[in-house]
Design a protein around this ligand. Structure first.
Ligand SMILES: [Cu+2]
Length: 136
């Protein structure tokens, strides 16, 4: 009886490890932009992998999906000094959509995502990109 319990605990641990290892990392990002938020607003991707990015702008104004470099932030407003800190970005006109790819950053960590259109960060258009080691 005790042995069966131990086997079951071991099996359960294995299932947990195999499901939780990548931390929910996905090579797909599918995001809807509205006035003024990203939906969803948290993404987890494996480092260095090609990411399929699909998005639509359901808002009435232009929106951007801007991934900032690791350790940088656009603060409350994206301005010229933030331009060199952009890792990757895409701009969507109102009603527009995108279907493209980019390579995830090679360094694991938490990256800031913002919309660079004036006034949108302060209105709440921010998100988080979590990069986790690939193959985990
Ligand atoms: Cu925006």
């Amino acid at each position: 009886m005790k042995r069966i319990l131990i086997v079951m605990v071991l099996l359960f641990s294995l299932i947990l490890v195999s499901c939780g290892g990548a931390g929910g990392a996905s090579t797909k990002i599918d995001v809807t932009m509205t006035d003024f938020q990203f939906q969803p607003s948290r993404f987890t991707v494996p480092a260095g992998q090609e990411i399929t990015f699909t998005s639509s702008n359901n808002g009435a104004v232009v929106h951007n999906f801007v991934i900032m470099k690791l350790g940088t932030t656009a603060g409350d407003m994206f301005d010229n000094e933030d331009v060199p800190n952009v890792y990757w970005e895409v701009e969507l006109q109102p009603g527009g959509s995108a279907n493209t790819t980019f390579t995830a950053p090679s360094e694991p960590g938490e990256y800031e995502i913002v919309c660079r259109t004036a006034g949108h960060i302060i209105s709440g258009m921010t998100a988080k990109l979590k990069v986790v080691p690939a193959g985990q």
